[in-house]
Design a binder for this molecule. Sequence first.
Ligand code: ZN
Length: 253
Amino acid sequence: MQLAPFYPLLYRVLHPLFPTCLWAGDQNIPMVALTFDDGPHPEYTVQLLKILDHYQIPASFFWLGACVQRSPAIAQAIYQQGHWIGLHGYDHRSFPLLSPRELQQTLWQTQIAIATACDLPPKAIRDVRPPNGLFTPQTLKLLHQWDYRPVMWSVVPEDWTTPGIATVVTRILQQVTNGSVIVLHDGRCGGTDVAAIAAQLIPRLLEQGFRFVTIDQLWQQRSLDTYFNFSQGDEISQPLITSTGDSRATPGD
Ligand SMILES: [Zn+2]
């Protein structure tokens, strides 16, 4: 069964329920974030990188630690091209199935793999997208406690079922709006088409006047929006606290 039609509905339900996650950016600014899960992949990611480079588009990647360890040179190339890097667990196990200790391990192992490949401090990599989109309030509590930033999505074209390049592009164009966080996959499931999808999608979005931003830029924009809302005296029932500073705790803390 195709689940693609249900994702917009799911987004509308979940977004207000879990406001501390990043679901989308500012709806008043014509910007979108392209995000890619499940890589890096030695073939699909390399093809994708050429398209992003051609259009000079920044993207965000949520990596699996096991894939980073298999392809560290590709990981390094992506980072050096200026893309934003986040965590997707070490081996794609769903977070609600893990004990707190296992969750901590899967994230930390992935941070170490990325830090080693990209020559980064492990604690600089703190954006987390849960595999299979599955999380619980307890998962989020732990992520916040360990100073990670949970990142979700607003446009899910279900590319991992490989419904065809044109179908994926059409689904995205039908749903895209200011601030959209678009999820695609450059790994084993869906990665075969990812470069061709990006090659068709990016020029269409540019034509429509969208600017491409990273997930980190969306967090920064959200901090600004929150600040200005407070300054203007607007009531915010649940303040969105998104530190972008360096006061990060170790997951072990
Ligand atoms: Zn995934």
